[in-house]
Write a protein that binds this ligand. Structure first.
Ligand code: HEC
Length: 142
């Protein structure tokens, strides 16, 4: 898994402007996001509601490419998320897949305190959700 992730990261970085890494399916990801929206909304800075969702978790607009734990309207990040944030950890599609599958294990793997408010594990479809979130964020630089 570790090697796979590293490979994916390398591929992702190498591809730079090309958003495709594991070929997640955006349409499927939009459906899978229904599992996230109890806790997460997707709202653009201009107030456009892409997905109306709960406030238990941070707004996920533009989360791909954002430093972890820095959504300013969300004031209750865990110690684990704050540690990631301080380390300057930035979300990409590969790490979002890993995080969604198991937030606690993800924090452990990143030497952060394994305490998080996200008590949810996505069994499958992480790549699709990642592709979807990337697609609804700010347009990547061409
Ligand atoms: C039961 C509520 C809940 C569900 C369901 C949930 N999350 Fe979360 N999520 C949270 C909370 C709470 C946090 C903040 C975690 C922390 O501070 O440790 C969070 C944090 C995150 C972050 C980090 C955001 C940032 O600003 O750094 C991402 C990415 C994320 N969730 C993605 C997802 C995805 C994708 C799904 C669906 C597959 C999902 N979450 C489902 C509650 C939830």
């Amino acid at each position: 898994m570790k090697t796979l992730t590293t490979l994916a990261l390398v591929a992702f970085t190498a591809a730079a402007a090309a958003p495709a890494f594991a070929e997640g399916d955006i349409a499927k990801g939009e459906k899978t996001f229904k599992k996230c929206k109890a806790c997460h909304m997707i709202v653009a800075p201009d107030g456009t509601k892409i997905v109306k969702g709960g406030k238990t978790g941070p707004n996920l607009y533009g989360v791909i490419g954002r430093v972890a734990g820095t959504q300013e309207d969300f004031g209750k990040y865990s110690a684990g998320m704050k540690a990631l944030s301080e380390a300057g950890f930035t979300w990409d599609e590969a790490s979002l897949v890993e995080w969604s599958a198991n937030p606690k294990d993800f924090l452990k793997a990143h030497d952060a305190p394994a305490k998080t408010g996200m008590s949810f594990k996505l069994k499958k479809g992480g790549e699709d959700v990642a592709a979807y979130l990337a697609s609804v964020g700010p347009a990547p630089a061409e």
